[in-house]
Design a binder for this molecule. Structure first.
Ligand code: 13P
Length: 254
């Protein structure tokens, strides 16, 4: 079963209005018209609208970096799924390790957010991944197993077929230390087997699993060439149009 490669840029809390528009414009202009890759940009929420406007009728989608899983109401400072849809989002990143570590997000929080995203018609990009300490203690598979069971709790196979997973080993994020293609593929294969157990093999074969953690133009081809790596969630290298486009160009075109 062929899964369309999906490369998304997580701009995190970087860029300002002018830079966000310039970056989106450069990615829009540089994306080859015959690219088979699905591409998304996830700017800070304040700039979603401007980035969406800049992309115009380009096939590039935009995504939020988080949401609050409630309908409108007294939740000062929060943004919900309907608001992301309003400004033209197709995607939302959920459960990024920075949110898990810095904001104390739990698997249960991620599951509620995932439900809210799906109900609003957004594609959730659900992030999971182990810390260096956990990898060294040979806990990678058990950590990823419990994060997936918790973060996808309550989803039906039909729901699960609509999500994207991003395996992002915490030790590879922003460190320049990428998982080797073999290390990443081993975890992706483990994740796909688990998804098969939870949602059935047909659904598991449909779900895209992105790799994230120091993806660069120079290592993208090898990573994206692995059988169970279906795309990339890119941080630092997504802030330079040339590098982000280089990663997209390295994706298999079949
Ligand atoms: P880097 O590509 O900067 O390592 O960040 C990865 C990431 O966290 C994407 O969500």
């Amino acid at each position: 079963m062929s899964r369309r490669t999906f490369v998304a840029g997580n701009w995190k809390m970087n860029t300002r209005a002018d830079a966000a528009v310039a970056l989106a414009g450069a990615v829009r202009d540089g994306l080859p018209s015959d690219s088979r890759c699905e591409v998304a940009l996830c700017p800070p929420s304040l700039y979603l609208h401007a980035v969406r406007q800049t992309l115009g009728d380009s096939p590039i989608g935009v995504g939020g970096q988080n949401l609050y899983p409630e309908a409108d109401g007294a939740f000062t400072g929060e943004i919900n799924a309907a608001m992301l849809v309003d400004v033209g989002c197709r995607y939302v990143i959920l459960g990024h390790s920075e949110r898990r570590q810095l904001m104390g997000e739990t698997d249960q929080d991620v599951a509620s957010k995932c439900r809210a995203a799906l109900d609003a018609g957004l594609t959730p990009i659900v992030c999971i991944g182990e810390t260096l300490e956990q990898r060294e203690a040979e806990m990678t598979n058990s950590v990823v197993d419990s994060q997936i069971r918790g973060s996808l709790h309550g989803l039906s196979p039909e729901d699960a077929a609509r999500i994207v997973l991003a395996y992002e080993p915490v030790w590879a994020i922003g460190t320049g230390r990428t998982a080797t293609p073999e290390q990443a593929e081993a975890v992706h294969a483990f994740i796909r087997a688990l998804l098969g157990e939870l949602f059935g093999e047909a659904v598991a074969n449909q779900i895209r699993i992105q790799y994230g953690g120091s993806v660069k133009p120079g290592n993208a081809a090898e990573l994206l060439g692995q059988p169970n790596i279906d795309g990339a969630l890119v941080g630092g290298a997504s802030l330079k149009a040339e590098d982000f486009l280089g990663i997209i160009a390295a994706a298999p075109q079949s």
